[in-house]
Design a protein around this ligand. Structure first.
Ligand SMILES: Cc1cc2nc3c(=O)[nH]c(=O)nc-3n(C[C@H](O)[C@H](O)[C@H](O)COP(=O)(O)O)c2cc1C
Length: 212
């Protein structure tokens, strides 16, 4: 397939040093608010990249559930491929591809498991179907058929009928503690804006501009 003619000029906005917040979490909040207003499909979807013990990277989408200056939190199954990768190498990267705004945000950092209590609190807030789904799926394992998952869902629905669905022990969350952010805004003639924040000692961030 020839995709050479897929090209666009980016000219929605420019990103300058004097317009950004010195604190990358506040800058992220500002851009996130703008992404929400833009009515993007799942603005909190982020591409999470992990690296396994052989150095092989892999990427998948997860949903950011909340963030503050302690980090960016998502939830998953601790038996999954991503969880196995994080166990051997907690260094991860996430990407928010806000293409309709001609923007992307890249974040690198270290993933830490959230406490059982924190995960349980979030689990309790999920819709019942999602709670049951967490019980059904041994995430990332091979399954012999689709039907098997449907049958398991039905069994679990009956098992927990009239009761709260507890959080499976294998389920939980990670907090990504960033050490680098990059805010990217597409520019005309491929002269894009890239502002990078690097974490220094004493929790200070330095900002530098990168060539596009
Ligand atoms: C929009 C979207 C949101 C997703 N959100 C999550 C999530 O929050 N947690 C999760 O474990 N998987 C989520 N997934 C599924 C993952 O992309 C992936 O298939 C799954 O986590 C297994 O990945 P792994 O085998 O690499 O561990 C989402 C997928 C999409 C497309």
């Amino acid at each position: 397939m020839d995709l050479k003619n897929y090209r666009r000029e980016y000219k929605l906005e420019v990103l300058t040093e004097d317009a950004v917040d010195l604190n990358p979490f506040l800058q992220f909040t500002k851009w996130f608010e703008e992404a929400k207003k833009y009515d993007l499909l799942e603005p909190n979807a982020m591409t999470l990249s992990t690296v396994d013990e052989d150095g092989q990277p892999s990427s998948r989408t997860v949903l950011l559930k909340y963030f503050d200056e302690t980090g960016f939190v998502f939830f998953t199954n601790h038996g999954s491929k991503k969880a196995g990768d994080i166990q051997v190498n907690p260094k991860v990267a996430v990407l928010f591809p806000w293409l309709a705004l001609q923007r992307q945000v890249r974040i690198s950092g270290v993933a830490e498991k959230v406490s059982f209590l924190e995960a349980s609190k979030y689990f309790a807030s999920r819709p019942r179907g999602s709670q049951l789904g967490a019980w059904v799926s041994d995430q990332s394992q091979v399954v012999s058929s689709r039907q098997l998952l449907q049958d398991k869902f039905k069994q679990l629905k009956d098992r927990f009928l009239g009761k709260d669905v507890p959080m499976p022990k294998i389920w939980g969350g990670y907090r990504i503690i960033p050490n680098r952010f990059e805010f990217w805004q597409g520019g005309e003639n491929r002269i894009h804006d890239r502002l990078q924040y690097n974490l220094q000692e004493k929790k200070e961030w330095t900002i530098s501009r990168l060539m596009p």
